[in-house]
Design a protein. Structure first.
Length: 286
C-alpha cells in the first residue's frame, strides 16, 4: 500500500506541474502573437533605413559625421548582447550566450580588445559568474521594448564609436524566422556597411537641408537596428518558451500515463494479495 500511495503522490505532483506548464504555454502563445505583430511592423522601416544609409557613404561625409568613419584597423570592439530576463525558454539564452562568447574569443584571438554590454539577467548572470567585466548591465527592458529603450541601450555605445574609443560595434541577438526557428545572429552595427550595388550616380533630393537630415537619420538608423533586434529577440523568446512549455506539457502527459499504469498495477497487486489473504484465512477456519 505504501508503494501505491507514493505513486499517487507523484501523479498529483506531475498533474500540478502539467497544469503550470500548460498555463505558461498559453501565456507565451498570447505574448508571441503581439510580439510577432511588432516584428512585422518594424521590419519594413528598418529595411528602408538600411537601404538609404548604406548608400550614403563617402569620404567627405565620413570626415563630417564620425558615425560614418571606417577605421583602417580595429583595435577595440564593443559587443552588445541581448538576452532574456527569465529562463524556461529552452536553449534560447544558452544559444545567445554561446554566440557572444565565441565572438569575444574570435576577436581576442585577432588581438582586438573587447568590451561587453549586456541587456538581460541571464546573460549578465552567466558572464558575472565567469568573471567577465561588463560596461553595461541592463535588466529594465520589458517584454514590450520601445524605441526609447533602444536609444538608451545603444546611445552610449554609439558615442564611444564616434569618439574613437571603440572601432567596431557588434550586436548579438536572435533572428526571428518563425516560432520554431530563432537562431542566434551576430550583426556588425558599426562601421556602417556600404551598399556594393549603390551607384555613385544616385541622386537624392533633400528637403530640408542635407545636414539636418543626416544628423537625424544616421543615429536613427543605429537606434532602429537595435529596436528591431529587441522586438525580434522578444518574439524569439516567446516562441522558444512556448515550444519548451509545450514539450514539457507533452512529457508530463507521458509521465502521467506511465505512473497511472504503475499505480493501477500496484493497486491490482494489492487487491489480489488481500483476496488471497481472505481466501487463505477462510480456508484455515474450515
Amino acid at each position: 500500500m505504501a508503494g501505491a500511495r507514493e505513486v499517487k503522490r507523484r501523479i498529483k505532483s506531475v498533474e500540478n506541474t502539467k497544469q503550470i506548464t500548460r498555463t505558461m504555454e498559453l501565456v507565451a502563445t498570447s505574448k508571441l502573437k503581439r510580439a510577432t505583430d511588432r516584428v512585422y511592423a518594424a521590419r519594413p522601416y528598418a529595411q528602408g533605413l538600411q537601404e538609404i544609409v548604406s548608400g550614403l557613404y563617402s569620404r567627405e561625409l565620413a570626415e563630417k559625421y564620425p558615425i560614418l568613419r571606417r577605421p583602417e584597423t580595429v583595435k577595440r570592439a564593443a559587443v552588445l548582447l541581448l538576452t532574456a530576463n527569465r529562463g524556461l525558454a529552452g536553449g534560447f539564452n544558452a544559444n545567445l550566450i554561446r554566440q557572444a562568447r565565441d565572438l569575444l574569443t574570435r576577436l581576442r584571438a585577432q588581438g582586438i580588445g573587447t568590451e561587453l554590454h549586456i541587456a538581460g539577467k541571464k546573460g549578465i548572470a552567466y558572464f558575472k559568474f565567469r568573471g567577465e567585466p561588463m560596461l553595461t548591465q541592463r535588466t529594465d527592458i520589458s517584454d514590450r521594448p520601445t524605441v526609447e529603450d533602444a536609444e538608451s541601450l545603444v546611445g552610449p555605445v554609439r558615442a564611444r564609436f564616434e569618439s574613437g574609443e571603440v572601432d567596431a560595434v557588434y550586436l548579438v541577438s536572435s533572428q526571428f524566422r518563425s516560432a520554431m526557428s530563432t537562431p542566434p545572429h551576430t550583426r556588425e552595427l558599426l562601421p556602417i556597411a556600404a551598399d556594393a550595388e549603390a551607384s555613385s550616380a544616385d541622386v537624392y533630393i533633400l528637403s530640408p537641408s542635407g545636414d539636418m537630415i543626416l544628423e537625424r537619420i544616421l543615429p536613427a538608423y543605429i537606434r532602429n537596428a537595435v529596436y528591431t533586434a529587441l522586438v525580434e529577440n522578444q518574439a524569439a523568446e516567446q516562441g522558444s518558451r512556448r515550444t519548451a512549455m509545450k514539450n514539457a506539457t507533452d512529457n508530463a502527459g507521458d509521465v502521467l500515463e506511465h505512473l497511472t499504469r504503475t499505480y493501477n498495477r500496484a493497486r491490482q497487486g494489492q487487491i489480489t494479495q488481500e483476496i488471497a489473504e481472505i481466501v487463505g484465512g477462510s480456508a484455515a477456519l474450515e
